[in-house]
Design a binder for this molecule. Structure first.
Ligand code: M1P
Length: 261
């Protein structure tokens, strides 16, 4: 059970800080540092805090349920899969699902096409789990989600030159134009596929009735096409672009933890 000071009793009662995970709270697919967790503990004494990651909860937990905290219990709001898996004070909130939206009959041709396309791709390395089926999206990876950290970095560098993911996305956008889907390249080896509008702004629906006037969002993929873009640009949020977790800590210190707002 999550226990914490009520939002309204914190020094910034109408402020919430929302954080992307990869590249913002921790390096991609790696654990957050002690310094980050300590900073978040101090921040939580000042205002409400939330994470809003594109990944599923299992992966996010591997990265930020560390150094003695359980992320779902510790963060006031926990949003995985852009908020399609959501918790408030450790308790689950209702959400929609990708498969309900798309329907089995329309999903089959989509996933079949994706798997055929990947099978025909000539890239230096393939591992396993090319499509990961999640509650709010599917995640598609040409190299496969079982890639090691080094293999991820190698693929990322290869993809920068050969545009494997963006070419794939362009083809899917054209072929499945009538599906109402968004294709978002947010990480190193994959892209997410979800119904239009189910980007990270979806998580804002869960906090809409909470009376927050200052919604700070921190993310590293804030450019057009990045998976933080929509929420970063949204008129309801105050966006902070970072390039690494140290930037996040620096901004938090300046805004909330050094006596300055
Ligand atoms: O959080 C950003 C992305 O992280 C992972 O991407 P990748 O494995 O390509 O680095 C995925 O979990 C993806 O869904 C998520 O958007």
């Amino acid at each position: 059970m999550a226990s914490s000071t009520p939002f309204s009793s914190r020094p910034f009662p109408k402020t919430i800080c929302m954080f992307d995970v990869d590249g913002t709270l921790s390096l991609a697919r790696q654990a957050a540092t002690v310094e980050m967790i300590e900073t978040l503990k101090k921040l939580k004494e000042q205002c409400t805090i939330a994470f809003v990651g594109g990944s599923d909860l299992v992966k996010i937990s591997e990265q930020i349920s560390v150094h003695g905290i359980d992320a779902v219990q510790f963060f006031d709001f926990a949003f995985a899969e852009n908020g399609l898996t959501a918790y408030k004070l450790g308790q689950p909130l209702a959400s929609e699902s990708f498969i309900k939206f798309v329907g089995e009959e329309r999903y089959k041709p989509l996933v079949n096409f994706i798997l055929h396309y990947i099978a025909d791709l000539d890239i230096p390395m393939k591992r396993g789990t090319f499509v990961e089926f999640r509650n709010g999206m599917i995640n598609v990876s040409p190299i496969g989600r079982n890639a090691s950290i080094q293999e991820r970095l190698d693929f990322q560098a290869y993809d920068k030159i050969h545009k494997i993911r963006s070419t794939f996305v362009d083809i899917l956008k054209e072929k499945f134009a009538d599906y109402g889907l968004t294709f978002s390249i947010g990480g190193q080896i994959s892209f997410d596929v979800f119904p239009a509008g189910w980007d990270k702004t979806y998580s804002l629906n869960h906090i809409a009735g909470e009376g927050f006037t200052d919604i700070h969002f921190f993310g590293d993929h804030t450019y057009k096409g990045g998976n933080d873009y929509e929420i970063y640009e949204d008129s309801r949020t105050i966006g902070h672009a970072v390039t690494k977790p140290e930037d996040t800590i620096k901004i938090l210190n300046e805004l909330f933890l050094s006596g300055k707002k």
